[in-house]
Design a protein around this ligand. Structure first.
Ligand code: MG
Length: 133
């Protein structure tokens, strides 16, 4: 497991939206062990609520297939908001079709990973994105 390295004084915050409880648990464990703070959301409606709130997120991780709103709809909303349009978004989905990948990137996703995912690879991608600036 990756050792947490804090480059700034406060931990980076990641919004996670996935309707599968076991995926949320895995993501929470992996990301918290890597030193991130997580905000877990259970569906698209809950994710949109988080996105519209004044919470700060350094990165947003979205499942595509969720009740309420899809991850792609949430991504579209994020990119339309002045306050959030430059927040990195990673799509993590079991729906790994090419059309979804293309849609995600054309809506402004920073990365697209398919389930089942390797926690090590996910962390590497997240660090790459968060530390790039
Ligand atoms: Mg889902």
């Amino acid at each position: 497991m990756h050792t947490a390295v804090h480059r700034s004084t406060s931990p980076k915050r990641i919004l996670i939206a996935d309707d599968e409880p076991h995926i949320r648990r895995i993501l929470q464990t992996v990301l918290e062990m890597a030193g991130f703070e997580v905000d877990l959301r259970r569906d698209g409606t809950d994710a949109l609520e988080a996105v519209r709130s004044s919470e700060h997120y350094d990165l947003i991780l979205l499942d595509i297939m969720m009740p309420g709103a899809t991850g792609l709809e949430v991504l579209g909303k994020i990119r339309s908001m002045d306050e959030r349009k430059s927040t990195p978004v990673v799509i993590l989905t079991a729906k790994g079709q090419d059309a979804d990948r293309q849609a995600a990137f054309s809506l402004g996703a920073d990365d697209f990973l398919t389930k089942p995912f390797s926690p090590k690879k996910l962390l590497a991608r997240i660090h790459e994105i968060i530390d790039r600036d």
